[in-house]
Ligand binder design. Structure first.
Ligand SMILES: Nc1nc2c(ncn2[C@@H]2O[C@H](COP(=O)(O)OP(=O)(O)OP(=O)(O)O)[C@@H](O)[C@H]2O)c(=O)[nH]1
Ligand SMILES: [Zn+2]
Length: 183
């Protein structure tokens, strides 16, 4: 039995449950496996994620990948927050394989996070692997810790943004990004 499995058995007991009852016998194992998947971003290597899929291109116009869904866990309550991520960047001689944007998002979402930090980490990763002239990341999410418990607000949405390089220094670039993602 893994350490995490043992701890989940203790959590079940702590909740007043009987870890020996039939329906819960395999629950510590399942929960440990699920949580290991949901935090697998800690052991994900950015070079493996990108897998060399950075291609030479003389297209230096803005590229936008919109609506990448993500599932993360808030670091305060270990409850899910779920939403979408929009990424734009200005290539500087190299473009990144399309699917790699989603892989980068997952790499940072599959950790204990706060939305602000995750947004910044994604922007910095795109900047680093592409050497681009600028990058913008916008994330919008609903936090279960605000819906299922606590203030129990069902309709609020948190939107965070990070703009680097030209996206930060040039309002026209930022405006073009916003227009392209329909904001
Ligand atoms: N800024 C930010 N806050 C978050 C995020 N996820 C959760 N939180 C907030 O973290 C805060 C933790 O506040 P505490 O007062 O320490 O915890 P709490 O008593 O459980 O707070 P309530 O949720 O207000 O009941 C709450 O306001 C949460 O809404 C996030 O991604 N970003
Ligand atoms: Zn929370």
């Amino acid at each position: 039995m893994s350490n995490l499995e043992t701890l989940y058995r203790q959590v079940l007991s702590g909740l007043g449950e009987d870890p020996q009852r039939e329906g819960l016998l395999d629950t510590p194992k399942r929960a440990a496996k699920a949580m290991q998947f949901l935090t697998s971003g800690y052991t994900t290597d950015i070079n493996e994620v990108v897998n060399g899929a950075v291609f030479t291109s003389d297209n230096d116009e803005m590229v936008v990948v919109q609506g990448i869904e993500f599932y993360s866990l808030c670091e305060h309550h270990v409850l899910p927050f779920i939403g979408r991520c929009h990424i734009g960047y200005l290539p500087n001689g190299q473009v990144l394989g399309l699917s790699k944007f989603a892989r980068i998002v997952d790499m940072f979402a599959r950790r204990l996070q706060i939305q602000e930090n995750m947004t910044k980490q994604i922007a910095e990763a795109v900047q680093e692997v592409t050497g681009c002239r600028g990058v913008g990341v916008i994330m919008e999410a609903q936090h279960m810790c605000m819906m299922m418990r606590g203030v129990q607000k069902q309709n609020s949405m948190m939107r965070t943004s990070v703009m680097l390089g030209d996206f930060r220094s040039n309002p026209a670039t930022r405006d073009e990004f916003m227009r392209l993602i329909g904001m």
